[in-house]
Write a protein that binds this ligand. Structure first.
Ligand code: ADP
Ligand code: MG
Length: 254
């Protein structure tokens, strides 16, 4: 892979929690334009890896680079500025907000604080914020969830919330989007919709790194697929190669 084709490089990342080695010299690259799958048994260290890459956890050692820039040790919002955005396995509860308002809240402290300004300095709500609102409305339409815009965010279904999460992440126009189990707990109809949206965003140029437990979901979307086991990369390959690899089967059978 030439240097320009690599949007994310993870090099020998290590993260321990006490005696537990959650990430054990994890090393891989994500090629621009791909939907790269990241699978592995429960507890393999997938979410930890996302936390390290996006700056929510600090690695013991190793490095992460985004678009050729070393972002190791940077804050989540700084990494977001380099074009890397992630979603969370469990979306945050957004009490007292409509879906449209919730869209403007940065995913935790990533990417920004623009929404807070709407409340703390209402007089200063200017061009940037109203452009923001135009973007929100456009993205809600693109995701076909504009009919939910004025619903209380706590009243929509878990599956709809996952779509809102994806839509919200796209507001920051990431170059690479890290999705942590987007289909978990989502009913089959919405799951298809989610897959359709992920494919559409990818075709429009967003690179994806996709953690997913649902094998059918990940294997139909991702190529290549990286397999993580006990914090290290066990193998990487095409979906059919991964599914028939005995090491992978063994890892899942534990
Ligand atoms: P996965 O997402 O692949 O299921 P995780 O990355 O969530 O796995 O967890 C990997 C291991 O690290 C697990 O044993 C988990 O209990 C542990 N772990 C994750 N986060 C923490 C934390 N903040 N403190 C202590 N242990 C953690
Ligand atoms: Mg996880």
């Amino acid at each position: 892979m030439s240097k320009d084709d690599v949007v994310l490089r993870v090099d020998n990342l290590v993260k321990t929690f006490g005696a537990l080695v959650a990430t054990d010299h994890a090393t891989f690259e994500v090629e621009r334009g791909t939907i790269t799958g990241l699978i592995g048994p429960n507890g393999a260290g997938k979410s930890t890896l996302f936390n390290l890459i996006s700056g929510f956890y600090e690695a013991d050692s190793g490095s992460v680079s985004v678009n050729g820039t070393d972002v190791t040790g940077q804050e989540p919002y700084e990494i977001a500025d380099h074009g890397l955005i992630r979603t969370f396995q469990t979306p945050r509860k957004v009490e007292g907000m409509t879906v449209r308002e919730a869209m403007l809240v940065g995913p935790r402290n990533q990417p920004g604080e623009s929404f807070l300004k709407l409340f703390t300095a209402p007089g200063e709500v200017g061009e940037a914020e109203s452009k923001n609102m135009d973007d929100v409305n456009r993205i809600l339409e693109e995701f076909e969830i504009d009919h939910l815009a004025t619903q209380p965010a706590t009243k929509i279904s878990g599956g709809q919330m996952k779509l809102v999460e994806l839509a919200r992440a796209m507001l920051s126009e990431p170059e690479i989007l890290l999705l942590d189990e987007p289909a978990a707990g989502v009913n089959p109809t919405l799951r298809n919709k989610l897959a359709e949206q992920i494919r559409r965003l990818n075709e429009q140029g967003t690179t994806m790194l996709l953690i997913e437990h649902d094998m059918e979901f990940v294997m139909s979307l991702a190529d290549p697929v990286i397999v993580l086991d006990q914090g290290s990369v066990l193998m990487e390959g095409r979906p059919d190669e991964v599914q028939s690899d005995t090491r992978v089967i063994d890892a899942y059978l534990g």
